[in-house]
Ligand binder design. Structure first.
Ligand SMILES: C[S@@+](CC[C@H](N)C(=O)[O-])C[C@H]1O[C@@H](n2cnc3c(N)ncnc32)[C@H](O)[C@@H]1O
Length: 435
């Protein structure tokens, strides 16, 4: 493959580079970088960027497993072998840590989720002229890539794409524009359709949520019910613009968290893979073993709260999304586990000093923006142990710097790559302040 120009490989071309250069590392957005600061996409560390902009693949460059790679915007890093993918995940977290001089005392090897393990996925469906495309957007474009294979999400989701496409075509025919507006030859004029498709794997099977699809009338309902039965779905939820409504759910849909089955509200947050969840929850449980009272902030359905309660902690689970909060509350009550659910917006109304001082430990798992307002309160509290789970190393390092400045030690960091082959990196971290 010497000197081949790799598929879709834009190379910085402000001036003709005089020499061949090695790709040294992969930057945060997935481009490879040379020592002189030249960038190239689709490359691996050890590849050689030749003066004419072509690339000679090196020992860490593998053939991307998916036929859509390079076009589909879902994955950026399928050309990396396992070692350089792990190095990328680790470096993202290590760089965030060192940029704020957090002084991590231990850095665990990264956990990477395997292929075909994503248990929730969001795709887009669009039609025009009776043809329906279901897929992911191209990188930096509105164009949809029709997905016929995916090496990231569970195979059960991919297997549903062809039957779902047929269903959407039939539903489109049912919603065809009125006779007077039909084409000149009297053919069906299919209504244009654009919908968001969300899959989640539950204890009962696949949960399918379709947002933005108009499916009115008995015939449309029958098509949906036949589809659900024929494909063994756990649930179909439609959101036609008035909020989610289950049109098929033969038994209540749940996910297993700790030792409890928790009702899954449509679209509720779930950790992206089961093994990723196990890595994050395992870290929190290990670090907080023996903690009597724990606050789980940004608790969602209670992923951490229910697991910690299972090892003997009493846990306050605080969450702003009402449906997730109610699901956590009812599961804890039915399962008789010591989790007390609180509905509260922690950006506007963080837990304050006296409230925090009741807890031996706090778990934080905020959205990408981080938890600045809550951390500003934590630094003035008496809380001795903090587990901070993050889906954004940048906001994490900003918040972590506040903790370190206030006297907490960053005892351990564990990078987690749940979003395999993407530049999205997560981590678990553990802070202690000696009282
Ligand atoms: C990364 S998810 C983590 C959820 C949960 N810890 C889990 O592992 O399943 C972040 C959670 O924070 C919640 N959230 C977002 N903004 C919030 C706010 N201002 N106050 C409280 N919770 C919020 C979201 O609804 C979501 O459930």
């Amino acid at each position: 493959m010497r000197g081949t120009r790799l598929r879709g490989l834009p190379v910085n071309a402000f001036e003709t580079p005089p020499i061949a250069e090695e790709i040294l590392r992969i930057a945060a957005k997935g481009d490879g970088v040379t020592a002189s600061g030249r960038y190239a996409w689709g490359v691996a560390p050890g590849d050689i960027l030749l003066p004419d902009g072509t690339v000679q693949p090196g020992p860490h460059h593998v053939t991307p497993p998916c036929r859509h790679f390079g076009q589909c915007g879902g994955c950026q890093l399928q050309q990396l072998d396992e070692e350089s993918l792990a190095n990328f995940v680790e470096a993202r977290v290590a760089n965030a840590s060192s940029s704020q001089e957090l002084g991590a005392e231990a850095f665990a090897p990264p956990h990477l989720s395997p292929p075909f393990s994503r248990r929730r996925a969001s795709l887009r469906a669009e039609s025009s002229g009776g043809r329906v495309v279901i897929g992911f957007r191209e990188a930096k474009s509105h164009r949809l890539v029709e997905v016929t294979e995916c090496h990231v999400m569970l195979p059960e989701f991919t297997a549903l794409l062809a039957p779902l496409r047929k269903l959407l075509i039939k539903l489109g025919q049912g919603q065809a524009e009125p006779k007077g507006r039909r084409g000149a030859k009297g053919k069906h004029n299919h209504a244009r359709m654009a919908a968001d498709i969300e899959f989640a794997m539950t204890e009962q099977g696949v949960d399918l949520c379709i947002k933005g699809l108009k499916a009115e009338g008995l015939a449309a309902t029958e098509l949906l019910l036949d589809f659900a039965r024929d494909n063994g779905l756990a649930r179909i939820v439609l959101d036609q613009g008035y909020g989610p409504e289950a049109v098929w759910e033969p038994e209540p849909v749940t996910v297993r968290l700790g030792a409890v089955s928790v009702p899954l509200p449509p679209g509720a947050f779930l950790q992206a893979t089961l093994d990723g969840e196990a890595a994050l929850v395992g870290a929190a449980c290990e670090w907080l073993e023996g903690a009597a009272n724990v606050a789980d902030l940004f608790a969602g359905l209670g992923t951490f709260a229910l697991a910690l309660a299972g090892q003997g902690s009493r846990v306050l689970a605080v969450e702003a999304a009402r449906d997730a909060h109610l699901a956590c509350k009812s599961a804890a009550e039915r399962g008789l586990v010591p989790v007390f659910a609180m509905h509260r917006d922690l950006f506007r109304n963080p837990l304050m000093g006296a409230e925090l001082d009741k807890f031996d430990a706090v778990v934080l798992d905020p959205p990408r923006a981080g938890a600045r307002e809550q951390v500003e309160r934590l630094v003035d509290s008496k809380v001795g142990r903090i587990v901070y789970i993050s889906c954004n190393p940048s906001s994490w390092s900003r918040d972590a710097a506040m903790l370190v400045d206030a006297g907490y030690r960053l005892v351990e960091v564990r990078p987690v790559g749940q979003f395999r082959w993407s530049t999205h990196v997560e981590l678990a971290s553990y802070f202690i302040r000696d009282q």
